[in-house]
Write a protein that binds this ligand. Structure first.
Ligand code: NZQ
Ligand code: ZN
Length: 387
């Protein structure tokens, strides 16, 4: 096995470092009819919106706030209506992954002729044009600031679905680690765990002798293990915030996933848990991943051994013992990030597992994982193992 063929292209200009928000005017056409999108108001409290206003002094813009965590289709369609009325031709997303994802949907929906829900529901690429946009990221986690994906929820139907299009890659993204000082502890944990699982989804599969991707992934995991807990214990340390921000962007920016098999079953199962029970995205991953790794330990045997040795330094014991010790170390890391790794940690007793499986089936998620070998009955067993 060797690295699969791939095309590698990144179109986003990244402006990394403290003070970079001041440079956004250079990234946005001077005559743009701009819409600024944001979430529930954290950017007003931490001064980020003031910095954006200062950078855009004299420019035309309207604002749309209120994009919620796990952004809802219902709210985003209100933004689409405002943007149409104002003839918006550029968008600036200011916030976490939910605001960036929501903005991707708005940007695509504005140039989509049919029913915008199809973009998510039809599970095929429908977005071939989008309003250009950039972002000021305030929560390192999703990698949305540097990728082509977005995840949108529809509250009325309990759906949480992703879509992908090269037309919704941001034109630019500002990564200012200082914007993350104001994050509540829970969102720091969410970001670290999400970036960790993005890495494992592209690394813990089967070997294709991809040395650069593997060692880059291991470097990201080691960085998250080293600096994730430090962001909780030393929240004012800029160097820690900077390393976490860059790690999260790189974890789902396309580099470690180029030419290697990818899993994503943990994410697909996790999305259903979030849609049904409202637990945070990263919390759902912390519940599913360890159980999934145990369930898939034969299929992932070689990479799990490599992971235990190179990431956790586990070299003693039989192969099975080393694999279990690596999975156990993963759980303990999530717990050090103050995130429970069992359904029971979120007040769930497992009685909704059949309903979660029914939603996976409804969404066509019937053959998951890097070999499409994770069937609905396997998902049920994985969730059962995570009670
Ligand atoms: O809404 P505001 O008031 O801004 O508060 C947010 C929100 O309550 C707050 N926050 C963000 N930056 C802050 C801050 N609070 C204080 N200081 C700051 N600097 O944090 C809360 C959570 O924000 P959210 O954007 O929801 O978090 P995250 O970045 O973790 O995004 C999660 C969403 O991204 C999707 C998830 O499914 C979920 O919907 N994902 C997107 C992916 C992608 N596009 O590639 C991949 C991921 O796997 C993930 O599925
Ligand atoms: Zn994720």
């Amino acid at each position: 096995m060797s690295i699969h063929n791939f095309i590698y292209h990144r179109a986003t200009r990244l402006l990394f470092g403290e003070g970079q928000i001041a440079a956004i005017a250079d990234e946005i056409p001077a005559d743009a009819r701009l819409m600024i999108t944001y979430g529930g108001g954290s950017i007003k409290r931490n001064g980020v919106l003031d910095q954006v206003h200062a950078a855009l002094a004299g420019r035309f813009y309207v604002e749309f706030g209120g994009i919620e965590p796990n952004p809802s289709y219902e709210t985003l369609m209100q933004a689409v209506a405002l943007a149409r009325a104002e003839q918006i031709d550029f968008i600036l997303a200011v916030g976490g992954g939910s605001v960036v994802d929501g903005t991707k949907f708005i940007a695509g929906a504005l140039r989509y002729a049919g029913d915008a829900w199809d973009i998510l529901a039809r599970r095929e690429r429908l977005v071939f044009d989008a309003v250009p946009f950039g972002c000021v990221l305030t929560l390192p986690a999703t990698g949305s600031e540097f990728n082509a994906g977005a995840v949108i929820s529809r509250r009325s139907t309990g759906d949480k679905l992703d879509f992908h299009s090269p037309n919704v890659i941001p034109q630019f993204s500002v990564l200012d680690p200082a914007t993350t000082y104001s994050l509540p502890e829970r969102q720091v944990s969410n970001g670290v765990v999400d970036a960790f699982v993005h890495t494992t989804e592209q690394y813990l599969t089967y070997p294709v002798d991809a040395k650069v991707q593997d060692r880059f992934a291991e470097g990201l995991l080691l960085t998250l293990i080293e600096d994730g807990p430090r962001a909780l214990s030393e929240p004012d340390d800029y160097a820690v915030r900077a390393n976490l921000m860059w790690a999260a962007t790189m974890a789902l920016g396309g580099t470690i996933g180029a030419g290697v098999p990818q899993d994503w079953a943990t994410h697909m199962i996790g999305h259903e848990l979030t849609a049904m029970h409202g637990i945070d995205h990263a919390q759902s991953l912390a519940v599913v991943l360890p159980s999934l790794l145990r369930h898939q330990r034969q299929a992932k045997h070689a990479k799990l051994l490599q992971y235990a040795g190179r990431v956790w330094g586990i070299t003693a014991g039989t192969e099975d013992e080393r694999i279990e010790a690596g999975i156990r170390a993963t759980e303990q890391f999530f717990e050090r990030m103050r995130m429970p790794t069992r359904l029971s940690g979120y007040g769930l007793d497992g009685s909704s597992i059949p309903a979660v499986i029914a939603k996976l089936e409804e969404h066509g998620m019937t053959a998951l994982g890097e070999r499409r070998g994770i069937r609905l009955e396997d998902c049920a067993a994985i969730l059962d193992g995570a009670r």
